[in-house]
Each structure stands twice: as structure tokens, then as C-alpha cells.
Ligand binder design. Structure first.
Ligand SMILES: *[C@@H]1O[C@H](CO)[C@@H](O)[C@H](O)[C@H]1NC(C)=O
Ligand SMILES: *[C@@H]1O[C@H](CO)[C@@H](O)[C@H](O)[C@H]1NC(C)=O
Length: 263
């Protein structure tokens, strides 16, 4: 059962969304169970830690804020995708396909015509595993490699009107080679406290390349975020819906600043 929200093209229409939100509460929304590299789409959950559900997470500082619901350890062993630093990795979106808490059992392939139907910013983080990724609970250090906000200061780049079916991120060229947990997030930003919806999944990636970078600043998951963070709760989003806001244009998200590689 899929429910699609009407088109939202401006911040003003967020109001409409707030009215609709109650009806949405029990529905699945979406997640990112696919990895796309060089045009090759993975199987569902091939490289992504399976999550039990695709409903929005509102516990921004709790365990699901790291890799989604039940994503602290893989629910079953998954593969690790090899990627060269400097290249791009895509995360294909999918709506809920089965029973609410049994999303991890789904084997549905990617439907490229499923579009992310919320408007909001996207971020990506990496955390180097000390050993085997299947055993890594993500308790180490995390750094942010990307934050995609609203280039025009008004409309989020990732928005329904753009018909986006995947989020793309480039692995910084000088990322030290190794095995990483890669966390990708899309937020449906709200003006009401604790109403912002978080959609998050993690991939197992093995990064190759020259290295040489010194990633930072570092943070921890859970713990990087707080419900009051300006990157999550934007109470003044509707104050002047037709005027570009620096807050959106320069959106960096909650947590640390994006790593700026020296080399
Ligand atoms: C997911 O986590 C919840 C809460 O900790 C737990 O009750 C449930 O059994 C877990 N589901 C699976 C499939 O492990
Ligand atoms: C992601 O990359 C693919 C492949 O290059 C491209 O077709 C798609 O438009 C990109 N999507 C976004 C949102 O950048």
C-alpha cells in the first residue's frame, strides 16, 4: 500500500503536509535498500544493512539515527561494495513493499519510477570499521562527506517535483583506504518540534585509492544529533516562504561540518 503526497514546490506548501501528516503516521514511507555504482543497480539489501521498516525515525539521538531501525548490526550477512575514492555512489530509493516491520524480508527489485516524495536535505557520513563490517556496530568515529541543501535558498534540491529516485554522493579522493560503514540520510524537515522525518540507511563499502586525507571533524552515532539542532528543526521555515534564506542555502545539517580534504 503506497500513499503519495501531493506535489510541494515551495516552503509554503509544508503547511499542507503538516495537515496530511496524521494520515501518514501508520504508513511506510521510504528507504534506500539499493546501491548504484557505474550504472549497475544492486539487489535489494545486497550491500545495505537491512532495516525492519521504512517509517520515519523521530528519535534523532537514539539507536535508529545511525543506520535506521534495527540497523546496528546486519540482520543477515551482506556484501561489501568496492569503490574507488573520487567516484560516485548512488543510493536507490524504495517505498515500503510489505508488512510494516518486515521490510528487511523483501526481495523486490528496484523500481526506478519510485520517487522520493518528501522535500528535504541529504547527507552522507563514513565510519571506518576496525575489523569485519558485519561485526561493526558503528561505535567508532564518523565524519560527514556531503550535505545537499537548497541551492536557491528556497527549495530543497532533493524534492518531489524533481522526480529523484536516488541520492548520489562522491567519496572524497583522499579518503584513507579501508572498510567503512557509509550512512546516508534524507530528512523531511518540519517547522514543528520533533516532527522532522528522518530516513536513513547504511552501506558496507570498501574504499580504495591513494588516501592521504585526514578526515574530520569526527562525531558519534547515536549522539551526533539533538532534536533542537538547527539542521533538524527549522521553526522559521515558513516566515518568508518566497525569499531565499541563507539557512537553507548554506544548510550543513546537524552534527559536524562536512570534511574539507586538504589534498
Ligand atoms: C528490532 O528491534 C526491536 C526493538 O529493539 C525488537 O523488538 C525487534 O525484535 C527487532 N527486530 C528484529 C527483526 O530483529
Ligand atoms: C545520480 O546519478 C545518476 C547517474 O549519473 C544520474 O542519472 C542522476 O540524475 C543523479 N541524480 C541526482 C539526484 O543527482
Amino acid at each position: 500500500m503506497k500513499t503519495f503526497l501531493p506535489q510541494f514546490t515551495s516552503r509554503a506548501s509544508v503547511l499542507t503536509l503538516l495537515l496530511l501528516q496524521f494520515n501518514q503516521a501508520a504508513e511506510g514511507h521510504y528507504g534506500f535498500p539499493f546501491v548504484i555504482v557505474n550504472g549497475v543497480v544492486s539487489e535489494r539489501w545486497e550491500y545495505i544493512r537491512p532495516t525492519t521498516e521504512f517509517g520515519p525515525n523521530f528519535d534523532y539521538s537514539g539507536p535508529p539515527s545511525m543506520c535506521g531501525f534495527n540497523g546496528t548490526r546486519p540482520l543477515f550477512p551482506i556484501k561489501t561494495i568496492k569503490i574507488e575514492a573520487g567516484s560516485m555512489i548512488g543510493f536507490g530509493s524504495s517505498g515500503q513493499t510489505g508488512f510494516v516491520t518486515e521490510e528487511w524480508k523483501s526481495t523486490e527489485p528496484w523500481y526506478p519510477t519510485f520517487f522520493m516524495y518528501h522535500d528535504g536535505p541529504a547527507t552522507a557520513y563514513l565510519s571506518k570499521a576496525p575489523g569485519d563490517l558485519d561485526e561493526y556496530e558503528g561505535g567508532g568515529d564518523w565524519f560527514k562527506i556531503a550535505a545537499v541543501g537548497a541551492s536557491d535558498g528556497m527549495n530543497w534540491d532533493y524534492r518531489q517535483a524533481n522526480q529523484v529516485n536516488q541520492m548520489n554522493f562522491t567519496i572524497p579522493k583522499s579518503t584513507p583506504p579501508g572498510k567503512y560503514l557509509m550512512r546516508v540520510e534524507h530528512l523531511n524537515i518540519m517547522t514543528f518540534y520533533k516532527s522532522t522525518q528522518m530516513y536513513v540507511n547504511c552501506a558496507h563499502v570498501e574504499i580504495s585509492g591513494p588516501g592521504g586525507g585526514n578526515p574530520g571533524p569526527m562525531t558519534k552515532f547515536p549522539g551526533a544529533f539533538d532534536a533542537k539542532d538547527a539542521g533538524i528543526w527549522l521553526p522559521n521555515l515558513l516566515d518568508s516562504p518566497d525569499v531565499p534564506l541563507d539557512q537553507l542555502k548554506n544548510w550543513q545539517g546537524a552534527g559536524p561540518k562536512v570534511w574539507k580534504p586538504e589534498v
